[in-house]
Design a protein around this ligand. Structure first.
Ligand SMILES: Nc1ncnc2c1ncn2[C@@H]1O[C@H](COP(=O)(O)OP(=O)(O)OP(=O)(O)O)[C@@H](O)[C@H]1O
Ligand SMILES: [Mg+2]
Length: 349
């Protein structure tokens, strides 16, 4: 196990800089998720940590030791990719033990490590099968098994679940989390799926265009997003955002008055983005009038798309509703859970 630290990390391909000086620390045993839209530099950063990509500027340390010039194989890191890249002509057992055999490890010790990993991953009964005889989720577990037997200081995952169907993805998500709780190996996990990030991470690093937008625990990012980008990226369905101007203790937007969170003082006339999560809006007898556009029952919850002042607004409510498209409903919200962001720079107010 090990700590990892990034200091002022830059990456350029030719003249194009794709990482612009990133810095953060990962504690020993922590599960950190890098999340952000496609092309923001997640895989690049992970591959730099793995030693598969040259570092254009800055320092990466593992356990306090600079590894910039250390070869990948000497970094004691195991990486699991989106494509599991198992050897098709080898059994599960041989696939899992391959890296140890390559290192000329003792055969008895290798067998023991493979058996132990197979037990942890519930692969004991599949050890003599070939990859073509496995389901997608089982193959994914073999790929993880291959990483586990190496007993690395750090696990790196790059979108390991994106090839799996939705149900399997949820199951594997829980398995990886349980695995981390058992092994407590420092883990860096890349995904563009914010639900995966929320459910798995000790801390999330939100990246965007080669910079870090915010670092925090899942609920810190959800409850107090530091800027508009994080506010709209974290949380599903996304936060509703209205553009308006501050008058006294309300924001005037969409032809309505929206009370600001109590205690939040914003300059009069300031332009703001005012945000309310779909789950923080409620249907009530009075409040802001809205026209129902679409009603989507999912069983336990109902998602409503409504229109206020020409803008579509999403409401997620517990339970069910009789509301029908074309009808008028009224919305209220818990003002302590509203968010306001500076219209000029997107920063939280
Ligand atoms: N070998 C390369 N040469 C030039 N540009 C590259 C190279 N590899 C990546 N890039 C660019 O670097 C940026 C970051 O790429 P990266 O693969 O890290 O994104 P990502 O966040 O992992 O995205 P995704 O979610 O799509 O996997 C992108 O703009 C990409 O086009
Ligand atoms: Mg990537």
């Amino acid at each position: 196990m090990a700590s990892v630290s990034f200091h002022d990390i830059k990456k350029a391909y030719g003249k194009v800089e794709v990482l612009h000086g990133l810095g953060f620390d990962i504690a020993d045993g922590e599960f950190v998720v890098l999340v952000g839209p496609s092309g923001c530099g997640k895989s690049t950063l992970l591959r730099m940590l793995a030693g598969l990509e040259e570092i254009s500027g800055g320092e990466i340390k593992i356990d306090g030791k600079v590894v910039n010039d250390l070869e990948s194989k000497d970094r004691d890191i195991a990486m699991v990719f989106q494509s599991y890249a198992l050897y098709p002509h080898m059994t599960v057992r041989d696939n899992m033990g391959f890296s140890l055999r390559l290192r000329k490890a003792d055969a008895g010790a290798t067998a023991k490590r493979v058996d132990e990993a197979a037990r942890i991953l519930n692969l004991d009964k599949l050890l003599d099968r070939f990859p073509r005889e496995l389901s997608g989720g089982q193959r994914q577990r073999v790929a993880m098994g291959r990483a586990i037997v190496r007993d690395p200081k750090v696990f790196l995952f790059d979108e390991p679940l994106s090839n799996l169907d939705a149900k399997l993805r949820v199951a594997m998500r829980a398995e990886i989390k349980a695995l981390h709780q058992r092994l407590k190996t420092t883990t860096v996990y890349v995904t563009h799926d914010q639900i995966e990030a929320m459910t798995m991470a000790d801390r999330i690093v939100v990246m965007h265009d080669g910079i870090i937008e915010q670092i925090g625990t899942p609920l810190e990012l959800f409850d107090r997003p530091g800027n508009l980008f994080v506010a709209q990226f974290i949380g599903s369905p996304a936060m509703n955002v209205f553009d308006g101007k501050v008058h006294g203790s309300v924001v005037k937007a969409l032809g309505q008055e929206w009370p600001l969170p109590p205690g939040l003082v914003v300059a009069q006339g300031a332009s703001v983005h005012f945000g309310i999560r779909p789950t923080d809006l409620m249907l009530s007898a009075d409040g802001v009038a809205a026209e129902v556009v679409v009603v989507e029952p999912t069983g336990a919850e109902t998602e409503l798309l409504v229109e206020v002042g020409g803008q579509q607004v999403t409401v997620v409510m517990h339970g069910r509703t009789d509301a029908k498209p074309g009808e008028t409903v009224h919305l209220t919200y818990d003002t302590t859970k509203a968010h306001a962001f500076d219209a000029a720079n997107g920063k939280r107010l």
